[in-house]
Write a protein that binds this ligand. Sequence first.
Ligand SMILES: [Cu+2]
Length: 617
Amino acid sequence: MLIPRHREKKSLANARKNRLEIIKAQLSRREMMKAGLLGAGGYLVLKNGLSQWASGYAWASGGGGDGGTPITPSPPTRAFIEALPIMPIRQPVAALSGPAPTIAPNTAGGEGRTRPHQAFGSYPTKFTFPAALKFETHQREAFVSMSPDLPPQPIWGFDGQWPGPTHYARYGQDLLIRNFNDLPADNRGFGMNSVTTHLHNAHTPSESDGFPCDFFARGKFYDHHYPNALAGFGSTHGPSGDINEALGTLWYHDHRVDFTAQNVYKGLAGFYCLFNNLDTGNETTGFRLPGVPDSAGFFAPIKYDVPLMLADRVFDPSTGALFFDLFNFDGILGDKFLVNGKIQPFFEVEPRRYRFRILNSGPSRFYQLFLTDQGSNTQIPFYQIGTDGNLLPRPIQVNNSIVAVAQRMEVIIDFRNFAGKTLYFENRLEQIDGRGPTGNTLPAGAGNFIMQFRVKSTGAADNSVDPATNPQFYALPNKTTAARASRRFRFERGNGQWQINGRLMDGDCSAPRFQVQQNSVEYWTLENKSDGWMHPVHIHFEEHQIMSQNLPLLTTDVSRKDVMRLQHRATAQLFFRFRDFIGRYPFHCHNVVHEDHAMMLRWDIVPAPGGDTNSQP
Ligand SMILES: [Cu+2]
């Protein structure tokens, strides 16, 4: 039946209004099920005007009426008219606001933590309480401009910024960070104002890791202890840890159970960079990676060492406001590409080498990044030096790199031969819905130009290492040790939800699915039997190495990783060594929409001689 154009528009507007009201009510998937808004299959029930929005002509259906990519485009915005923002560095404080820190949770003093700091009890000689270095951050609402062509957007940010301040830290120097929840009562449309902050892939005691159910209410604070200690310090590589486990580019982000997608989409994310006496942030020392320290000292942005946070977003076509669709279970694809919080910025660079720390902050898109000279549509090779926050053993020359949600790629780009030219980061991966890329790479020039480089004609001296000389960074840790336990995990869709081995994450995170023995080795097999979906799977606490996969590996997959890009019909076996701390951790799909629709599980690390060997938890 043909619907008159004006009626169609009106019903669409009603549907959107109804959906926004449900989202504003902060209902989780579980609550929506209870309220009868979701059917048994997990799909949105077609009633009360919701159906128009869900079922076809407003959204390219992902199948089954469960939403998909918006056909209704965001309002037009101009590209490459605003400069790339560089985030400020978080500054230490002499004293924390509020009560003095305590090892036990200071519930009476307003702390939301529920478990004592373990590293001060079990490791008194290594970590002295309280940590000498102290920071604080305030999560709060702010209005920011993402484009001069859009209205100011209400975001939630660490210290009111998106991306949040970049945190610089050094190995061997542990720190306390007091995290205040100063978020507003009114979420202005979406977002949950109880929060938990995860430091992605850090070797962090469980109580400071930002476990999904360790969320704390507005008005409270939470003290996180980050040891910044190399893995193995308490076991295989005592007392200082294994230098080959050194991490570089981490990021912090909200991890609230059932609400991670909304809260990260709203802005709760930032970079955390770890340095040591090899990766120094100074191109005249250590590995000599590009970087010139600021004369203001360690807590100031390092020149030529640039974090880039990629994000895609949808904006309401009528109001220009940031839009989040809670009813899309495939994954949310934005039609606007932001880098460091700006839509398609430009960056003026000198004709020399730069280190870029590139993070895909989601929510759901995969990128295949090329460096494109738009005039000729030629691809310029560059060197990849890291994946997922870990330096590769040596630089690898590539002409593109794939980065799934939550993955990082570190690259060195040499602009020396491009003085006066304009280059672009171009995403050429074809992806038409939140399920994952199609597998096709678009022709050169046909992708999305997400960022522009304007190369100046002159620049400062370059003392950084030339990656073409094949310098050695860290070696790969040994992975020949036999496993104490082998486990197998299927990532699958069932009843319209996202499952691991046929089960959903429980909403109170109360039951561990399995227990790992502290300081043991395990082999985990991850399996995706579908060719409809891809899952970037993140395992907390320890990175892994891929032992084998039934699909070809990228040259850069021979590395340490913290996200497994589980492709269509992939089966991959991973090597893990779980060391040092104990407690509960999650493991989940980092397409944050899949994560919130329960593709996550809790597992625990327990002291020897505990732990189980359940092969299909
Ligand atoms: Cu997934």
